[in-house]
Design a protein around this ligand. Structure first.
Ligand code: WQD
Length: 345
């Protein structure tokens, strides 16, 4: 089937594009290259030996979005990744986030509402739960007031989709609430490409281990957890990509039980920051330089998924371990360094 992947040159989008192609789908990618590069398209092509159809397009341009859908009126499904996703940046520049994450969503949904049948997957996040009262977190956990404009755009985005699918029964949608996506494709042809100083833990770890960062700061070890550091549900991006294929095929095959479904995507297991460091050191046989620093504002103490609904209703379960994800992230970091500094030994 013909699947449009917006933000398809991004971290999760590119891995999903590979998984879609490997299931025989025709992949169309839109990306404005604000947080990715055409090298990613080469990486996808190297893995699947076929290049997705790519259009550089900024989804904030309503007319351009409409023109695209007029040309590609035979799209069978849309997986929507394109969005800004840095929590800290969203606090500094909220209007950029509301425009880039929400205006664009309405433009796409307006195009889908014109279709006879539209299938839509929305990239959401466990950030909508804030600090959940109960762990592991189920999809019925209350959505808490967002800790950042970024998190708010995910919450509002889901409400926009809920209201739209309620009145437009031709649109069927699934929101996938990711926990912490990490790792890279085993080929090391694609992976996470943070621009500037990484905000997320794993790229900061791999860049520290590769000598590009002096030391990793662990943001607090005085939390009420076993070792005092925060706990997260780290899910391999390959498992996450597979979940997107399962979700869009659920809609294409009309298996959905309502017009708007929500699923948590995690491993169901929580790991602390120190456990991640320890696992990284073990799988890479390196010693990581780190120090304990102050807590980071906005961090929740503990978040990991109850994955029963995704396992039983969606028919998907994460298969890969934290160690495998960290190993793939390290292999990807080494590949980046070789390409960037080919003569570096
Ligand atoms: C994980 C843990 C930090 C960096 C965010 C978004 C979420 C999703 C993933 C987009 C925390 C600690 C981190 C560092 C550290 N974003 N840490 N030193 O904050 O759980 O989730 O990114 O899709 O929506 O909310 O991920 O990787 O930033 O942090 O100690 O240099 O690592 O305190 O406990 P987070 P993260």
């Amino acid at each position: 089937m013909k699947i449009l992947v917006t933000g398809g040159l991004g971290f999760i989008g590119s891995h999903t594009a590979v998984a879609l192609q490997q299931k025989g789908h025709e992949v169309y990618i839109i990306d404005n290259l604000s947080n990715s590069s055409l090298q990613v398209l080469e990486g996808i092509t190297k893995i699947t030996i076929s290049s997705p159809n790519f259009t550089k397009l900024d989804l904030r341009n309503k007319e351009a979005v409409s023109a695209y859908f007029n040309v590609h009126s035979d799209i069978d499904g849309v997986i929507h990744f394109a969005a800004s996703k840095a929590v800290g940046e969203s606090v500094q520049n909220p209007l950029l986030y509301y425009e880039n994450n929400l205006n664009t969503l309405t433009y796409i949904l307006q195009e889908l509402s014109k279709m006879e049948n539209a299938n839509f997957i929305f990239s959401s996040s466990c950030t909508v739960y804030g600090q959940a009262d109960e762990l592991p977190i189920t999809e019925n956990a209350p959505v808490k007031p967002a800790e950042s404009p970024y998190g708010n755009t995910k919450q509002i985005g889901e409400e926009i989709i809920r209201d739209t699918t309620y009145i437009n029964s031709n649109i069927k949608a699934i929101a996938l609430r990711y926990f912490n996506p990490i790792g890279a494709h085993p080929s090391a042809e694609i992976g996470e490409l943070p621009i500037g100083v990484p905000q997320n833990l794993i790229p900061f770890i791999t860049q520290t281990a590769a000598g590009h960062r002096e030391i990793l700061s662990v943001f607090g070890n005085d939390y009420p957890t076993e070792d005092g550091t925060c706990i997260r549900d780290y899910i391999h991006v390959m498992d996450l990509a597979e979940a997107h294929v399962v979700a869009i095929e659920r809609l294409l095959n009309r298996k959905n039980q309502s017009n708007f479904e929500i699923f948590n995507l995690g491993t169901g297991k929580g790991n602390s920051v120190l456990e991640v460091i320890e696992t990284f050191e073990k799988v890479t046989q390196t010693k990581l330089a780190y120090q304990i620093a102050n807590r980071r504002e906005g961090d929740v103490i503990e978040a990991y998924a109850n994955t029963d609904k995704a396992n039983q209703v969606l028919g998907w379960k994460a298969k890969l371990s934290l160690a495998e994800a960290l190993e793939s992230a390290w292999k990807w970091q080494q590949k980046i360094d070789q390409n960037k500094y080919p003569n570096k030994k």
